[in-house]
Ligand binder design. Structure first.
Ligand SMILES: [Zn+2]
Length: 340
């Protein structure tokens, strides 16, 4: 089988590997069909000091495959079925796992494509319990965006921020993979969406995507726009993943009792927080990382209802590195997907 392996920092090679053995008890064997790119792939590709990993390592943290074979005791899946594999190698037995809070697993063995072999390989055995069936009507390039992108946004907006119909939400980097998904999910329940972007071409696309208000943060202060369009009240929810560059503005954009949920810090990990503002304005700040298996299924369900991921480009596997370079440069609107 073909596998795209990271041999050293920024050194990706398409290699031939032997096929995996038949799936063991409780496992399925997948033929991988497509992989979607995320910033976690860029971190892994650049080389991250904290990553415990052994190179070469198959890349790809989010994807979709078809079940080729099932091992003993697997009743829920059958060959030919398309599934989204969960990227966290959870234990399945700790209390958070048993309660369906998979992303809080106390004994996770790693994240696929980052610490452990990822999805950019022809075939892969993995536990059937970590596979989520793809509904009919969802194409593979879109389903490839469920495991991280749609799952993460579902978890952030609905489990963590408890976004309600009719509320106003500020979505940072509305042209990013998760930002564009957040805009679509929030618009689908009738929210007012303010999107931030860093380029004029992205501003136009963000309007086409459905943002009610778009702020180019290089030209305007987004917190001022957030106050203005809410009649000085502030927004109900801020969808954060930019970090240091936007943190203080994001807090200022919130209404009394507003909720901020963050899953990233691409512009830097340290930022000041005015504690008096935090308690007097009774803000709620929530950290969010990844999602649960239920969130992946919910994300796929939304795709089946027509809430689809924004696809920037679909590339062949050979061009995965080119996709990473574009993601790193931020010259992208929506998701980059590679097909196997
Ligand atoms: Zn666990």
């Amino acid at each position: 089988m073909r596998a795209l392996l990271l041999h050293a920092d920024r050194d990706l090679r398409l290699d031939d590997l032997p096929d995996p053995p038949a799936p063991g008890p409780g496992e399925v064997q997948l033929a991988m069909r497509a992989v979607a790119l995320n910033h976690i792939d860029v971190w892994g590709w650049r080389g991250m000091a904290f990553a415990r990993r052994t190179l070469p390592l198959a890349v790809g943290a989010e994807g979709v495959g078809e079940v080729l074979a099932v091992g003993e005791g697997v009743a829920a899946l059958r060959p030919g079925q398309r599934v989204v594999p969960y990227g966290g190698m959870t234990c399945g037995t700790c209390r958070p796992c048993r309660e369906g809070r998979d992303n809080l697993c106390e004994d996770v063995a790693g994240v696929r494509g980052f610490h452990a072999p990822g999805f950019a390989q022809g075939r892969l055995n993995l536990p059937a319990r970590l596979c989520v069936a793809v509904p009919d009507g969802v194409v593979e390039e879109e389903a490839a965006c469920a495991g991280i992108t749609f799952g993460t946004v579902q978890h952030m907006l609905f489990d963590n921020a408890r976004l309600e119909p009719g509320e106003t939400v500020l979505v940072h980097a509305a042209g990013s993979g998760i930002g564009s998904a957040a805009v679509r999910m929030a618009k689908a329940i009738g929210c007012t969406v303010i999107g931030t972007v860093g380029d004029e071409w992205k501003a136009q696309k963000a309007r086409e995507l459905g943002c009610d208000h778009v702020v180019n943060y290089n030209l305007d202060r987004f917190e001022s726009v957030a106050r203005r369009v809410t009649g000085k009240r502030g927004v109900d929810v801020v969808f954060e993943h930019v970090g240091a560059a936007t943190w203080q503005g994001s807090l200022l954009a919130l209404r009394m009792g507003g909720r901020l949920v963050t899953c990233g810090s691409t512009s830097g990990v340290n930022a000041d927080t005015n504690l008096m503002m935090l308690f007097q304005r009774q803000l709620r700040l929530t950290g969010s990382f990844g999602c649960t298996l239920r969130n992946v299924a919910e994300g796929l369900g939304k795709m089946a209802q027509g809430i689809r991921p924004v696809l920037d480009t679909v590339l062949p596997l050979e061009r995965f590195g080119e996709g990473l370079a574009r993601l790193e440069s931020r010259n992208v609107f929506g998701k980059i997907v590679v097909t196997l």
